[in-house]
Design a protein around this ligand. Structure first.
Ligand SMILES: [Zn+2]
Length: 430
């Protein structure tokens, strides 16, 4: 399943490119452009579209600043400091450090409430969280203060503002009666869609969903191997999802897999829906290969790992690594053995930690085993071996041994609870 909290952590590369249907691209001369219509890009095959990992190389340090950061012609040190703060915030967004970025952007606005870039990014952040009222405030403020300097962003903000009423309607339980599912044709999936989504998002909604599912199929097939049969996928508006499924979980979710993939969508879905589908389809593949959902940490870890790969994001953000280290030091670490049968009984904070531990463990396995060993692992699970036996046969280590190795590695990555990451094994002696 996918917890709602984690959807806040989005790579802005993916998120900017789609949140407002905005495409940033770099032409052959290295000049940056923005368009909301990728079809209009001349020589699109050669252009680097936002979301393409190569952009990072072109802009050496990411897209921060090039289009959205201010021309800092002023020599005022106050202004310089703001520009630096904005650049840091955008870099944090790129790494998935969303909360830190939001705090920095708010600080910039405390000092200068008319800073258009800070309003734009906060609008995006709030939009992705489903906080449309807050997003509306920031984008309206952006439109007031941008003074014609950010025309492409202006168009995107204006368009997205017109969509908020539809999004609010989908989230309002009072506006919906019985759930009605409508079939949408797809070559690789059996797709059913909440009629409320089709009513709100129109033909463009179905087209976007069909396109994302095609992407997801290609991505998952290439990383995990082709699957057989047509997987069922059901998409819901927020209110209808909550009414149908909220009772199943002790924490808020936006999707789960029970033989079919069930996910929440907005009326105008963006990168977050694609990411969510990658996550849930990975669960489906896990079940197809192993015949079940356990060990749960491997299942969830693999889904998170795939999701981050699909966004070209680091496997663990710096704050997640820090949280893991703190959990070890404070004795709140949750062992892989505890997480193997299920995540049930965890509170919201524990669930967040459990996802980070699972993702780190899946990444550990990816880095310490061969493709053949991983195939053996899934096959043995599918043959009915216990999690521990399958792990030992495939990797030579028990669940407890992998847990211990993972904790040792995390400790070695930090010089101290508040220290930065240390390159190399220097800190391993702590
Ligand atoms: Zn999941």
């Amino acid at each position: 399943m996918r917890r709602i909290v984690l959807t806040f952590v989005l790579l802005p590369l993916a998120f900017l490119s789609t949140a407002a249907d905005l495409h940033v691209w770099v032409d052959g001369d290295g000049t940056t452009h923005v368009t909301d219509d990728p079809e209009s890009i001349p020589g699109a095959a050669d252009a680097l579209i936002l979301g393409d990992p190569r952009l990072d190389q072109v802009w050496a340090g990411g897209f921060s600043g090039v289009p959205l950061l201010p021309e800092s012609g002023s020599t005022s040190s106050e202004l310089d400091r703001q520009v630096r703060a904005l650049r840091t915030a955008v870099a944090d967004l790129e790494r998935g450090e969303t909360l830190r970025a939001a705090a920095a952007l708010r600080q910039v606005l405390l000092e200068d409430p008319t800073r258009p870039e800070a309003h734009f990014y906060l609008g995006l952040l709030e939009d992705r969280r489903g906080n449309w009222d807050e997003a509306e405030v920031h984008w309206k403020e952006f439109l007031t203060v941008e003074a014609g300097r950010f025309a492409p962003w202006r168009r995107s903000a204006v368009r997205r503002l017109t969509q908020f009423d539809a999004e609010r309607g989908l989230a309002d339980p009072a506006q919906h009666g019985d759930l009605e599912l409508v079939e949408v044709a797809h070559p690789a999936f059996h797709v059913e869609v909440d009629r409320a989504l089709l009513d709100a998002g129109g033909a463009a909604f179905a087209q976007t969903v069909v396109r994302y599912l095609g992407d997801v199929r290609d991505l998952v097939d290439s990383d995990l191997g082709a699957t057989e049969g047509k997987l069922g996928v059901v998409l819901y508006g927020r209110a209808n999802y909550a009414r149908a499924h909220a009772h199943r979980f002790s924490f808020q979710t936006v999707g789960f897999f029970d033989g079919r993939v069930h996910v929440v969508s907005g009326a105008y879905p963006a990168g977050e829906l694609r990411t969510l589908l990658v996550h849930e389809v990975t669960h489906a593949v896990f079940r197809e290969r192993t015949g079940g959902d356990r060990p749960y940490w491997l299942n969830e870890g693999l889904a998170e790992w795939m999701e981050r790969r699909s966004q070209a994001r680091p496997v663990l953000s710096r704050s997640e690594r820090s949280r893991l280290r703190t959990a070890i030091d404070s004795g709140r670490w949750i062992t892989l053995e505890r997480l193997a049968p299920s995540f049930s009984g965890l509170d919201d904070e524990e669930a967040r930690l459990a996802y980070a531990i699972s993702t780190a463990a899946a990444d550990w396995i990816d880095r310490h085993t061969t493709a053949r060993q991983r195939a053996v692992l899934l096959t043995r699970l599918g043959e009915g071996a216990s999690s521990d036996d399958a792990l030992f046969e495939a990797t030579g280590r028990s669940t407890a041994a992998i847990d211990a190795a993972l904790r040792t590695e995390i400790r070695a990555q930090f010089a101290g609870p508040r220290g930065g990451p240390v390159a190399g094994p220097v800190a391993a002696s702590r």
